[in-house]
Ligand binder design. Structure first.
Ligand code: CP3
Length: 359
């Protein structure tokens, strides 16, 4: 069966073995918070760099199930994290929509810019999901090898963030090209968003079916939007994805990451219906506890630069996260992805300190 013909009301198989990570999402705080790191499979690991070199291009790594499963499991073997995240990228959706997507070494992603209404008119409405079959196969392989106590995370980019790369053709400091297009040509921009929404729903359902226990929606660029635009381009499309997934899998667990949403976070949680939110390191603790953690689990929010710095500064930053949030439902994580120059010994220091915590 292709992921497009999903059975109605597919139920997640309930594994008999408890996963601390899923317990937190189900509302049960853990004395030792479960932990993983955004971008935990990546260039700070020598074993990742080795597989990456064998694979050739970055997308060749994403679309080779053997390699993708292997790099997904590498950080689990090293650090015994509570969750594995499938190795892929948010830009596989534009790729499956037929856009040209390339990853230039040291430069990040490059796409053919979709920056006029005329170009948008040519955009496919339906992705070619056969292109994403290797991601589903990698999920099945990881699930088969993963300790049942460890959760497996599937993911996609939020429509706004994916659209920012599709419009500009690359990352930019403040994603001005997509913001301009949304003001000047809202209908054309909405067409891009709609295509991402509809295909992300199918993609996420395919990931659940292939063995993902939980889904994360990455909205890395949410923080560049004014409140009205945030509501229209971040909150509403994310809500449509959450509703679309839950229409088929009512108990699907979903984590949102509207990076930089700040004071708009409670409204995001309320409107989207996510089970948890990832918070960045700038979040204000009392506000998050009272307005966000009182409703859903929070995930975060160590500054990745503290992890590079190490030593006493790292210990202090870890203790702050625990003091701020571990009395409620917390999944310990970074406030954004781990950076390539991070020493492995510092990750070990973090894992030990979090696991030694008894709150
Ligand atoms: O978290 C994981 O370990 C799973 C894998 C994962 C990758 N990208 C692998 C990757 C995940 C969850 C992502 C998400 C992603 N991709 C986001 C949202 C989260 C975030 O970090 O903000 C975004 C914006 C992208 C798009 C993207 N992919 C960019 C901007 C870049 C270049 C920047 C960089 O870090 O190099 C990528 C490439 C990429 N995606 C790499 C990895 C490991 C590095 C490429 C390489 O190994 O050559």
């Amino acid at each position: 069966m292709t992921p497009v013909d999903q059975p109605r009301n597919l139920r997640l198989t309930q594994s008999p073995i408890a996963k601390p990570f899923l317990d937190v999402l189900a509302g049960r705080r853990q004395a030792v918070p479960p932990l993983w790191m955004m971008r935990q499979a990546g260039r700070y690991l020598p074993e990742y760099r080795e597989v990456r070199a064998q694979a050739g291009g970055f997308l060749d790594l994403c679309f080779n199930p053997d390699f993708a499963a292997e790099v997904t499991l590498q950080p689990i073997r090293r650090f015994n994290f509570d969750a594995a995240i499938i190795f892929s990228d948010i830009l596989v959706i534009p790729y499956a929509l037929g856009r040209s997507v390339r990853f230039e070494v040291g430069e990040g992603p490059r796409l053919d810019p979709l920056d006029t209404p005329e170009k948008v008119a040519t955009l496919a409405a339906q992705a070619d999901f056969t292109k994403l079959e290797p991601v589903f196969e990698a999920l099945r392989r990881v699930r088969a090898q993963l300790d049942p106590k460890i959760a497996l995370i599937g993911f996609c980019g939020a429509p706004w963030t994916v659209a920012t790369y599709m419009v500009a053709g690359q990352g930019t400091p403040d994603q001005a090209p997509a913001r301009m297009m949304a003001y000047r040509h809202p209908e054309a921009f909405a067409k891009i968003i709609d295509a991402i929404v509809e295909n992300s729903i199918v993609y996420l359902l395919g990931q659940l079916k292939a063995g993902a226990d939980v889904l994360q929606i990455f909205d890395t660029w949410a923080g560049v939007l004014p409140p009205r635009e945030f509501q229209r381009w971040s909150v509403e499309p994310t809500k449509r994805i959450v509703d679309g997934v839950r229409a088929k899998v009512p108990d699907a667990k979903i984590i949102g990451f509207p990076r930089g949403a700040g004071a708009l976070l409670p409204a995001y949680v309320e409107a989207t219906g996510v089970d948890a939110v990832s918070i960045d390191w700038a979040a204000e603790p009392a506000f998050i506890r009272e307005r966000v953690q009182s409703r859903v689990a929070v995930q975060g929010n160590l500054d990745p630069l503290a992890l590079i710095a190490g030593g006493a500064a790292l210990d202090r930053a870890i203790d702050d996260v625990l003091a701020n949030y571990a009395s409620g439902r917390l999944i310990f994580n970074l406030g954004h992805g781990i950076q390539p120059e991070t020493p492995i010994a510092h990750v070990e220091q973090m894992v030990k300190r979090v696991r030694d915590y008894r709150g």
